[in-house]
Design a protein around this ligand. Structure first.
Ligand code: ADP
Ligand code: MG
Length: 422
């Protein structure tokens, strides 16, 4: 995939109507609906401000949550959950949609911008069309949740065309959604000149740069819960990296494949052969693949379980691996010390429990001290780095969990591929 894409700065937006796809998929309080974290809204501000400064008329859009776009599918979904279909009313469905309105986002965005944000009552309906037509340069409006339209997730060309018809230029800044080929993330680019905003530009520059032309040695640290969810990443990084460090829940499938005893640890029996193949492939390619020499385990999966450090190949039958041990920490810190680039995806242990966060914390600290380009991808890894207080010490923390994972897998990202090449 070509990561070299045109940005808002490469296209004339002055006085033009710009359809801007943002990632306003913010977390909300379940009962009150209040936005509990506005990070994603704030992340969109530089591109929005640039467009407004350029005197563009900004038609922003985003999805929020997973609304069910038609009453029929709502009834089906509820019936699957065990509800009596006859008892489900259209009113109840409409209420479920209202909970996922972007109106609270418009309000917060307006506070952050210090300027009115005109809220449309629909996505491509009469209200959106009228408000978009009347929108003046320097003004901003927000369309309703794009997933209120059933064509959004199906990438329906009719919906994409209708969205595009309101604007003259398409700017995508929703990195968190670029791995999805939806009408508002990819389809619209068939009908408008399409460029990236600053958020996507940064992701492409840094992650794309590290994958295509890394400053070496490139060290990949891979952890998290499962081998099966990281196969693509391991496969792709084996082709690129000089060293691969394994930690987290996927460790035990590797250890078992190597003849170790893993007790009650997370284990994916179906992937044992795969792990051995990866070890072999690494050897053939001259890639160093490191497994933890020691493991911190526990008798039960709980925050107050007693941490027991053991040799990784001999985890007792009544124990499960929860974190990498002190020897592994020292070896891993040493492996990143002279790295040119470090890509990190997946925590080293159950960092949510303080007693088992040492491995993840130590790796974060080693990265914070290293002069390497440090890139964090993956939702939980980003959360861990933030929670442990190392966020501002990293070169880049990706804003897209699933998107960064697919990026590291070397997959084509539809929301990037559809943009104009630079
Ligand atoms: P990311 O979102 O960064 O891609 P994952 O979703 O793959 O990361 O994995 C994160 C989860 O893995 C965390 O919730 C963490 O508790 C869990 N995890 C890490 N190590 C272990 C382990 N040894 N046993 C069970 N779960 C683990
Ligand atoms: Mg995750």
């Amino acid at each position: 995939m070509n990561y070299n894409k045109k940005t808002v700065k490469d296209i004339d937006v002055a006085g033009k109507k710009v359809l801007l796809r943002c990632d306003f998929n913010v977390p909300q309080d379940k009962t009150t609906g209040a936005i509990t974290d506005d990070k994603r809204i704030r992340a969109a501000l530089p591109t929005i401000q640039y467009l407004l400064d350029q005197n563009a008329a900004v038609i922003a859009c985003s999805h929020l949550g997973k609304p069910v776009a038609t009453f029929d599918s709502y009834v089906k979904k509820q019936a699957e959950k065990g509800k009596d279909p006859a008892s489900i009313t259209e009113e109840e469905w409409k209420k479920s949609l209202a909970k996922l309105s972007l109106a609270p986002v418009a309000k917060r965005l307006s506070e952050l911008l210090g300027k009115e944000v005109i809220m449309a009552a629909d996505v491509v309906g009469p209200d959106a069309q009228a408000k978009a037509a009347a929108l003046k340069p320097g003004q901003i409006m927000l369309l309703e949740n794009t997933r209120f339209e059933k064509g959004e997730t199906k990438n329906d060309p009719a919906l994409a065309k209708a969205m595009a018809s309101m604007a003259e230029v398409y700017v995508s800044d929703a990195f968190g959604a670029v791995h999805r080929a939806h009408a508002s993330t990819a389809g619209v680019a068939d009908y408008l000149p399409a460029v990236s905003g600053f958020l996507i530009q940064k992701e492409l520059e840094i992650i794309g740069g590290a994958l295509a032309n890394p400053k070496r040695p490139l060290v990949a640290i891979l952890g998290g819960s499962k081998v099966s969810s990281k196969i693509g990443v391991i496969n792709n990084l084996l082709e690129i990296a000089d060293t691969i460090i394994i930690g987290g829940g996927m460790t035990y499938t590797f250890l078992k494949a190597q003849g170790g005893s893993v007790g009650k640890s997370l284990l994916e029996e179906d992937w044992l052969d795969y792990c051995n193949d990866m070890m072999k492939k690494a050897k053939e390619k001259g890639v160093k693949l490191l497994l933890p020499e020691d493991t911190v385990c526990a008798k039960e999966f709980s925050a107050d379980a007693e941490p027991i450090t053991v040799d990784s190949m001999n985890i007792p039958d009544d124990c499960m691996g929860m974190d990498i041990g002190p020897k592994a920490i020292a070896a891993y810190a040493d492996a990143v010390k002279d790295a040119g680039t470090v890509i990190w995806n997946g925590p080293m242990g159950v960092f949510e429990f303080p007693a088992f966060a040492a491995g993840t914390k130590a790796v974060a600290e080693a990265l914070s001290k290293s002069s390497a380009i440090t890139i964090i991808g993956g939702g939980d890894s980003a959360a861990a780095v933030q929670q442990l207080g190392y966020a501002d010490k990293m070169t880049h923390i990706s804003t897209g969990g699933g998107a960064s994972l697919e990026f590291m897998e070397g997959k084509e990202l539809p929301g990037v591929a559809c943009l104009l090449d630079a």
